[in-house]
Design a protein around this ligand. Sequence first.
Ligand code: UT7
Length: 325
Amino acid sequence: MSVLRSIVRGVGSYLPAHIMTNADLTKKVATTDDWIVQRTGIRERRIAATGEMTSDLGLAAAKAALANAGMGADAIDLIVLATSTPDQTFPATAVTIQAELGITRGAAFDMQAVCSGFVFALATADQFLRSGDFRCALVIGAETFSRIIDWNDRGTCVLFGDGAGAVVLEAATQPGTREDRGVLITRLRSDGRHRAKLYVDGGPSSTGTVGHLRMEGREVFRHAVGMITDVIEDAFAATGYNAGDIDWFVPHQANRRIILGSAHKLGIADDKIVVTVDRHGNTSAASIPLALAEATSDGRIKPGNLVLLEAMGGGFTWGSALVRW
Ligand code: UT7
């Protein structure tokens, strides 16, 4: 029986020009290149220029994704932007991107699930496309975490970076078989009991300020691999796929040890993992589409490949998605 699926038509990304290396960070806080590389795998990250905003990064990634899809902005009737670092408290940064693209129809809104934001945004857009409410979506992850980092806190400032990535999804009829292209399943989870382990100590309704990121890194780390592998096992159980079927594993890029720990627990081989954390750091909701853009443009991910996505972050929130390219 034929079904509507959300098919990936294009992928794009944008990274700010300025590279901040681990050596640069040793001039700001008591840290070493060795510590950062051994504990996280990060060697450098990008930092947005003064005046360069989340909407600028997201817009550039969206334009690249549309170009990669060979589509004009007039095809888009839904924009879902995953971000925890919006330009303003409101309106949604997605409407700025919508206006900059010259789109005056459909809907655009932001989604807030911190590092899991891209998976939550993908799942949301997929639901709307499969319901037939919208036809063609831009799903964007864009972040300027450099603006909410406490640059005196060595426990967090070495971890994060700025960037954006985007995918174009289009609803299309598929045969309803195992060979279907598109988003095959998404699985989302949250557990707010953990909200104080990774948060920002400010906000419009609490302090009236933007605030800074605070994290109990060891606590987040302790939960990460179990939550990630559980939500992937859920996606496998619901679809009948298993680790051996996966062509590419494109995880959220927080820490190389979490990525490898999750892959090894699931039985996914190292040569199937897309890793960008060494060059991007943790770009929160932008990390998965940034990694997708890299692995599609260099020819690793090809049409027909089965791609596994996962993320875990503040809330806690976590989620997985299986996509046939
Ligand atoms: O995107 C999703 C959310 N975020 C994450 O997934 C991050 C999860 N957490 C992590 O990736 C890791 O916990 C960190 C990379 C943040 C930290 O690694 P760790 O192995 O858990 O180290 P730790 O926090 O247990 O700290 C070990 C030591 C401490 O010193 P003492 O108490 O043992 O003397 C820290 O003070 O390392 C010290 N330390 C540092 N030393 C040098 C913490 N940050 C630094 C630093 N440079 N930048």
